[in-house]
Design a protein around this ligand. Structure first.
Ligand code: PGA
Length: 242
């Protein structure tokens, strides 16, 4: 089986105007011209995709969206389709991030429809799953994540078009992380449910200090990084930990 090349993806969320975003993208692109052993991706806000894409040109750093609508086009005010992302130069799109599952009430069926849209447009879907703190405390983490995997991944998935990100809700933006044993356990459970060779990223408070330990786990194929992806040095330090 082909080796799973690691991926470090930055999820900028709703941060940055044009000046900040361009400076960050240029900082990442400049560093990415140096030696590194992982794939790199940044997912800026929709408003910055075009400008960031231009700043990244020739650097090898990929461009991704943070969400997409299931439909290709139509009367959906404020939404962006996977086809539009592709047209703007994206290769990837994050779907089912917990901030969307929880604040926009997205269900597994919604996430699945968005992943199908991503594939229809020729994008790689990064499907996020993860348990809440209460679910972990109740011993349900594995069960919850397995159900999200079953409900969110469309039929016909393959390792070329699918990436899974395990992001415990309670670890996102909190500075808290699961133990490495807990991460390894959930990643192994996910691996048993998805096509061979599919990459599984860990996300949730990854930073330059904990990256080597987390990325050193056999089952972890990279990281989805939020807060620490907003500083080129921190993002690069995480990439270097691969
Ligand atoms: P964080 O976010 O690194 O700030 O915890 C990760 C994510 O939400 O993808």
């Amino acid at each position: 089986m082909a080796e799973r090349k690691r991926l470090v993806a930055g999820n900028w969320k709703m941060n940055g105007g044009r000046a900040d975003g361009l400076a960050l993208a240029r900082g990442v692109a400049e560093r990415a011209r140096g030696p590194h052993r992982c794939d790199l991706l940044v997912c800026p806000p929709f408003t910055l995709l075009g400008a960031v894409g231009e700043a990244l040109a020739g650097s090898g750093v990929g461009l991704g969206g943070q969400d997409c609508h299931p439909a290709a086009s139509g009367a959906f005010t404020g939404c962006i389709s996977a086809e539009m992302l592709r047209d703007t130069g994206c290769s990837h799109v994050i779907v089912g991030h917990s901030e969307r599952r929880h604040t926009c009430s997205e269900t597994d069926a919604d996430v699945r429809a968005k992943a199908e849209a991503a594939w229809r447009a020729g994008l790689i879907a990064i499907i996020c799953v993860g348990e809440t703190h209460a679910e972990r405390e109740a011993g349900l983490a594995c069960e919850v994540v397995s159900a999200q995997i079953a409900g969110s991944i469309p039929d016909g998935a393959d390792a070329e078009r699918l990436i899974v990100a395990y992001e415990p809700v309670w670890a996102i933006g909190t500075g808290l992380t699961p133990t490495t044993a807990d991460i390894a356990e959930i990643h192994a459970a996910i691996r048993a449910l998805i096509p061979a060779g599919t990459r599984i990223l860990y996300g949730g408070s990854v930073n330059p200090k904990n990256a080597a330990e987390i990325l050193g786990l056999e089952e972890v194929d990279g990281a989805l990084v939020g807060g620490a992806s907003l500083k080129a040095d921190d993002f690069w330090a995480i990439a270097q930990a691969c």
